[in-house]
Design a protein around this ligand. Structure first.
Ligand SMILES: [Cu+2]
Length: 605
């Protein structure tokens, strides 16, 4: 077979633009054998499996749970990553889509099912998919975090994620964990139905609503300006709030006197949302895979990465009612140096709850008043688990004290630091590989921000002080945790006030500006797990820790060949170019370097 050399070169250079700071002149010398080998290898894996189901989802159609089976089953899904032109809010832009759609399709399973998901990367960029909220017991290498649990999936390569849902059930989501790629489109819902759902008889249909803050510019355009010594602005301002990928006038059709479970997922890059449905109260039943004592609320504050289920009874007069998903701009600082500060955004995202038989007019419904603390999670009294969880009430085996702040570093860039260290991923050599190579965890580089603990089934406590004005939605991979304490400014953690007997259980919690957070979890999941603010711009500035959990167990595990093979190509590139670090944030986002590389691509074309 003859190869088109020109195409191969363009392919390589596209890859380098994103994941390497290599000097362009050297790219021309890289031969392509390794890359082709990897493609053949992944195609081979694919052939061994059953056909993968290509899923597409209409988020605006109600659904019921999947048929329940006597035994768990294996579900094969195909996710093809490709760039397409879409206009979610009317403005056309390139979207990093899954199976051609935004948001990415809803992946569904029943409790206990195995998911075998073939991710075929046709982005032209590296990628990786994280399954937000899934514990990945025994499959740390499928958690999808480049630099921690895997090497990125190179362009034109397929990678199969293979994990079980175990005992988990509820509302999850999946998204790219490669740089800020999820803000460009790779984000969708992951729903695990539960035959033992105590609320199953209380609703007739389900809807998923994903909330997102949409930008007309790609993150490739935003980041070089944002991460720069000359930038004095705040977090980039979006152009639209979207409900399940659409602007206003999207209909959620309901039938009078039927009940609907709405699964609300905040999949934003940055935005804190307030969700409500006019004249319909919300019965809150789930937070992040945990059944909670039913509680009636009118408005639901939801921070980035968080999920809730609410039951809505369509018991009002037949008509149309606004569904409101408002970005709370009181949680956002903007100055006139901020990227897109003059955005024409309407912060009030809208959808319509449309009763069958209602007239073809605009809703005239009334909004509920506000009844909560702004930029905070709902009152813990609304989030109490159905069964109180007492396992965090005991002697702690490991304790970590973390301070979060922003500071200008030597390169002139204002970074996010956790205990004075800004996280820098080593995409080509993820931490899991280092541990399995028996590198002692305490020899991991400082900027890897490792929290190391090795007491099996011990209670681990993290106390975090947020020494800056922003609130941060902290998310932990591989676990849920018990929220012991959330304190405002000067409200210091006091163990006497810890909620040890019946804490809120979740995987994504808000720490107030200048406030405090104390959480506890059980060290029962050997692996490398990210613990990070879910505001993507803060991730890019380094607001990331990684748990190095039970390394003495992890070091003796074997990474499956398909996972470790992703690193072949990256290692190969590194060998070719040993003097430059594979990933160097500063060089990478330096517009001069990016322009050099662009010029080089144009020359080849
Ligand atoms: Cu943050």
């Amino acid at each position: 077979m003859k190869l088109n050399l020109k195409k191969v070169l363009i392919l390589f250079i596209s890859l380098f633009v994103i994941c390497s700071s290599a000097i362009p002149a050297r790219i021309h010398n890289v031969d392509n054998d390794e890359h082709l080998h990897l493609r053949a290898y992944t195609n081979e894996i694919q052939k061994r499996h059953e056909p993968f189901k290509i899923i597409q989802t209409d988020y605006f159609k109600p659904f019921v749970h999947l048929p329940f089976t006597n035994k768990p089953v294996t579900r094969y899904y195909q996710l093809t990553l490709k760039k397409v032109k879409l206009s979610p809010d009317g403005f056309e832009r390139t979207v990093w889509s899954v199976n051609g759609q935004y948001p990415a399709p809803i992946i569904r399973a029943n409790k206990g099912d195995r998911m075998i998901i073939n991710v075929e990367n046709k982005f032209g960029d590296p990628a990786a998919v994280h399954w937000h909220g899934v514990f990945q017991h025994g499959t740390n290498w499928y958690d999808g975090v480049p630099g921690q649990t895997q090497c990125p999936i190179p362009n034109d390569v397929s990678f199969i994620y293979n994990f079980t849902t175990g005992d988990q059930h509820g509302t999850f989501w999946y998204h790219s964990h490669f740089m800020a790629q999820y803000a460009d489109g790779l984000r969708g819902a992951l729903i695990v139905h539960d035959p033992d759902d105590p609320y199953l008889k209380e609703y007739d249909y389900e809807y998923v609503i994903t909330l997102s803050d949409w930008h007309h510019r790609t993150t490739g355009e935003i980041l070089p300006n944002f991460i720069s010594p000359t930038y004095t602005g705040k977090r980039p301002v979006p152009d639209s709030p979207l409900l399940s990928g659409r602007g206003r006038y999207n209909f959620y059709n309901v039938k009078k006197n039927k009940k609907y479970r709405f699964r609300i997922i905040n999949s934003a890059a940055d935005a804190f949302f307030i969700f409500s449905i006019d004249e319909h109260k919300l019965k809150l039943i789930e937070s992040e895979g945990i059944y909670i004592k039913p509680t009636i609320i009118e408005k639901l504050p939801i921070n980035v990465g968080q999920r809730y289920s609410v039951i809505v009874n369509a018991d009002q007069p037949i008509g149309k009612y606004w569904i409101r998903a408002t970005i709370d701009k009181r949680c956002v600082l903007i100055n006139n140096a901020t990227i897109n500060f003059n955005s024409s955004i309407d912060w009030n995202g809208l959808g319509i709850l449309k009763y069958e038989g209602s007239k073809n007019d605009k809703p005239k419904s009334k909004e509920f008043p506000e009844n909560f603390k702004i930029c905070r999670d709902p009152d813990p009294k609304h989030l109490k688990p159905l069964q109180p969880v007492t396992k965090y009430d005991g002697n702690i085996s490991d304790f970590f004290n973390i301070t979060v702040k922003f500071q200008r570093e030597g390169d002139g860039i204002v970074k996010a630091v956790m205990n004075n260290s800004s996280f820098i991923p080593q995409f080509n050599d993820p931490t899991i590989n280092k541990i399995i190579r028996h590198i002692p965890p305490d020899e991991l580089p400082k900027e890897q921000n490792s929290l190391i603990f090795d007491n099996k089934n011990g209670i681990v406590e993290i106390a975090l002080w947020n020494n800056n004005t922003d609130e941060h939605p902290f998310h932990m991979h591989g676990h849920v945790f018990g929220v012991m304490f959330v304190g405002e400014k000067n409200e210091y953690p006091d163990e006497k006030k810890y909620d040890k007997k019946n804490p809120v259980i979740r995987d994504n919690v808000t720490v107030p500006g200048f406030g405090y957070l104390v959480i506890r979890f059980i060290a029962d999941n050997p692996g490398i797990w990210a613990f990070h603010c879910h505001i993507e711009w803060h991730v890019e500035l380094g607001m990331v820790l990684q748990l190095v959990e039970l390394p003495s167990i992890l070091m003796n595990e074997t990474i499956p060949n398909d996972a470790s093979s992703l690193c072949f190509k990256n290692d190969y590139q590194k060998k070719r170019n040993p003097t430059t670090p594979f990933h160097n944030r500063e060089r990478m986002f330096n517009p001069v370097i990016i322009n050099e590389i662009r010029r080089d691509i144009n020359k080849i074309r």
